[in-house]
Design a protein around this ligand. Structure first.
Ligand code: ADP
Length: 394
């Protein structure tokens, strides 16, 4: 029998999981991970070892939809029957929005699940499905301790001026404010930075993946971040537009080119790198393309990163460390090189070979700013918080 923490990332039609071993070391080694995809059309399960070797697979067949409850029941039972006989002792969930109530992870109760469910009005893309995962476990395994780890809560340290918008009080009271996301990743990265730059106080992290944002950290705390209210604004992303002025959006509706629903779709699903290139939102494919629109999309991405680093350096009063993480940040040496070239005025110098090799430190010893590439691990961060608030609690 192996005791474990189960980490759940619950989406609209897919569920991802990771099982982390509870032992005396408290390092929570990964036992296995996997997921169920296409739950509403053609559900299929796959599980892999920690190093990515397939262990098992299962298919329900076309048009045999399964619910989140059935999916989690299957996963937890599968873990128990698995060769390590894994017994789940607690479950941790990624939940994007913690609202005003949570500035850190929390143990879930039925009342908190209802509160978080209500926040889906603000964040329509992920929140409802993540809460569905927690509710499903509460129903199928009622005694199992559950923890929610939020993406927004890491940014509750931002000063008041960074958490507000210049809106009338009525709009602010109705809930329009600057939440910020990717906090689980920033939480993980800020714990890694001292290993490579122990003296660093002023840090900018770029979480550059399909979803992308940047965060300015002073002494390990978020003081500003690009994503705003519901994950749409800030940097351009794979298919999300990033910042577009509200007056342009009003115009697009007034002109009849879009209604609210089609505009929302254009901004979330048809914009960003996909919208600009007209080809794809995938950075690697854009870099490999010779199409001038693909180049334009990459140039726009680097341009917004450059503006953001300039602004955040001013807010921080200088810059000690720049960190790249997530799919693009960890793998795209051309994006990193293009941004760092624009930051030469800040004393940023990178070592071309180290950059091409995706080394951890890619700056030269002479560089005034240390430039790091640190793979993020949001799942482990959720496992650690879940452990600390449940089975690991003294
Ligand atoms: P998500 O936000 O969906 O988790 P990821 O963090 O996996 O996304 O990042 C996906 C992005 O990373 C895609 O745009 C992909 O093209 C990009 N990416 C992955 N590997 C490379 C690479 N070698 N070069 C350039 N971009 C890459």
């Amino acid at each position: 029998m192996t005791d474990a923490i189960l980490v759940v990332n619950s989406g609209s039609t897919s569920l991802k999981f990771g099982a982390y071993k509870l032992d005396d070391s408290k390092s929570l080694p990964l036992l296995c991970r996997g997921g169920i995809d296409s739950m509403s059309t053609d559900p299929h399960f796959i599980a892999k070892t920690a190093d990515g070797k397939p262990i098992d697979a299962h298919e329900w067949g076309k048009d045999n939809a399964i619910s989140h409850k059935q999916a989690l029941n299957f996963i937890i039972n599968w873990l128990e029957q698995h060769e390590d006989n894994i017994k789940v002792k607690a479950a941790g969930h990624r939940v994007v929005l913690g609202g005003t109530r949570f500035s850190g992870p929390t143990v879930l109760t039925a009342e908190i699940i209802d509160y978080l469910d209500d926040l889906k009005r603000m964040e329509p893309s992920h929140q409802a499905y993540e809460v569905l995962g927690a509710r499903a476990i509460a129903e199928v395994f009622p005694g199992l301790p559950q923890v929610a780890v939020f993406d927004s809560s890491f940014h509750r340290t931002m000063p008041e001026v960074a958490q507000i918008y210049a809106l009338p009080k009525k709009a602010r009271d109705a809930g329009a404010c600057h939440w910020g996301y990717h906090g689980i990743s920033y939480d993980y990265i800020h714990r890694q930075v001292p290993k490579y730059a122990p003296e660093a106080r002023r840090v900018i992290v770029g979480h550059l993946g399909g979803g992308a944002s940047m965060c300015a950290l002073l002494d390990g705390k978020s003081i500003e971040t690009t994503m705003g209210f519901a994950g749409l604004t800030g940097l351009p992303m794979a298919t999300r537009s990033g910042d577009v002025p509200a007056d342009a959006l009003f115009y697009l509706i007034r002109s009849g080119a879009y209604d609210t629903a089609s505009l929302e779709k254009a901004l979330y699903a048809e914009g960003g790198l996909l919208g600009l290139s007209g080809i794809t939102g995938d950075m690697r494919a854009l870099q490999e393309s010779t199409d001038p629109n693909a180049r334009l999309a990459v140039d726009y991405f680097v341009y917004t990163l450059t503006k953001t680093v300039g602004a955040y350096t001013a807010l921080l009063g200088g810059l000690d460390v720049l960190v790249f993480t997530a799919g693009i940040g960890e793998n795209s040496s051309p994006v990193r090189a293009a941004l760092c070239e624009k930051l030469a005025w800040l004393g940023v110098q990178i070592d071309e070979k180290a950059n091409e090799a995706n080394a951890i430190t890619i700056s030269t010893p002479e560089s005034r700013v240390k430039v790091l590439v640190i793979p993020t691990n949001e799942e482990l961060m959720i496992a650690q918080h879940t452990h600390d608030l449940t089975v690991g609690k003294a």
